[in-house]
Design a binder for this molecule. Structure first.
Ligand SMILES: NC(=O)c1ccc[n+]([C@@H]2O[C@H](COP(=O)([O-])OP(=O)(O)OC[C@H]3O[C@@H](n4cnc5c(N)ncnc54)[C@H](O)[C@@H]3O)[C@@H](O)[C@H]2O)c1
Ligand SMILES: OC[C@@H](O)C(O)[C@H](O)CO
Length: 303
């Protein structure tokens, strides 16, 4: 049997799918998958230049350790403008101001946004589009961890973790995808999942966290399949144990030792060891990478 052509596939899709409610740009994208990105892969672009990151980004949790390291790396690779959404910018704002001085040609903005608030997210994404001229990348770093035994888990704590880590990611992706569809030239969305989405953490009990990250991996796959027709690539990365404030605090010293002992490289990772993957997925080198997850864990999940 012959495989379905693009036209067959689109006609099938339009019969089966409910009507999309996206307004501007939707009709132009409904005739088939987007063409290859203009001349960005042409021979005159050197291999190094293909790692350049074009356009503007929203980074949720950009005030945190991993999000901030990613932001700096993206600026080093050519990002034009950025808006950080973070619920707590108190510690981060002086670092953000310093970064603006290091990269005077880039626009670096931050906004206090709770990513679980759908109306606030939609408004903030629209404002960002108006301010920067476009939103071409979304990187979802905002997240929280919680360590409770399943038998002690309250409904409120379960909902808090899922709401921030999973629903918050969906709300940001949906608002940004609507903006990207209107812009008409696609974009890149990256969720920050975790090795916790792939397997159960040890020794800490983290049922809500693990479920939230596992759901994020499925969310990434679903959106990658749905939004490729708009030129939007959706991927995720799964860090292992990184040395950030998320993994500090009372009583965690023993766990840190266990994590390092069970890692083939014998140590936790640093925020900068994640940035290469962030740049790769955001760059023109990744135009055919869609719906995948990249584990950056020093081999933690091998043991
Ligand atoms: N550090 C690790 O070992 C590790 C490993 C795997 C995955 N991750 C994931 O990476 C991401 C970043 O981790 P990190 O180590 O930088 O942690 P972090 O605590 O330094 O940063 C998280 C940021 O998210 C923000 N945030 C929390 N709730 C929010 C909300 N409702 N709205 C907006 N912002 C909110 C926080 O204010 C903070 O700035 C998280 O999603 C985390 O689950 C971390
Ligand atoms: O699985 C690794 C991370 O997601 C995280 O650092 C850890 O589980 C938090 O305790």
């Amino acid at each position: 049997m012959q495989s379905a052509t693009t036209t067959d596939r689109d006609s099938l899709t339009s019969r089966i799918l409910p009507q999309m409610t996206l307004s501007k740009g939707d009709e132009t994208s409904s005739t088939g998958p987007p063409a290859l990105p203009s001349d960005n892969l042409s021979a005159e672009k050197s291999a190094a230049k293909r790692f350049e990151v074009e356009g503007n980004a929203i980074i949720t949790g950009g005030g945190g350790a991993l999000g901030f390291a990613a932001l700096k790396a993206l600026l080093e690779h050519g990002l034009s403008g950025v808006m950080i959404f973070d619920v707590n910018l108190t510690q981060a704002q002086p670092k953000i101001d310093k970064l603006q001085k290091e990269f005077p040609a880039c626009q670096i903005h931050s906004k206090r946004v709770d990513i679980t608030d759908d109306l606030a997210v939609a408004k903030a994404v629209e404002e960002t589009g108006n301010l920067l001229g476009s939103v071409d990348h979304l990187l979802c770093f905002a997240g929280v961890v919680g360590c409770q035994h399943a038998l002690d888990m309250t409904a409120a704590e379960w909902r808090r973790v899922l709401d921030i880590n999973t629903t918050g990611g969906f709300l940001c992706a949906q608002a940004v995808a609507k903006q990207m569809v209107q812009q008409g030239h696609g974009g890149s969305i990256i969720f920050v999942a975790s090795i916790s989405g792939h397997r159960v953490n040890w020794p800490q009990p983290q049922v809500a966290y693990n479920v939230s990250k596992s759901a994020l991996l499925t969310l990434k796959s679903c959106l990658a399949a749905e939004w490729a027709r708009y030129g939007i690539r959706v991927n995720s990365l799964s860090p292992g144990y990184m040395d950030t404030i998320l993994n500090e605090g009372e009583g965690i010293a023993e766990a840190r030792k266990i994590w390092a002992d069970r890692n083939p490289l014998g140590r936790m990772g640093t925020p900068n060891e994640l940035t290469g993957t962030v740049v790769l997925l955001s760059s023109m080198q990744a135009t055919y990478i869609n719906g995948t997850d990249i584990v950056v864990d020093g081999g933690q999940i091998l043991f």
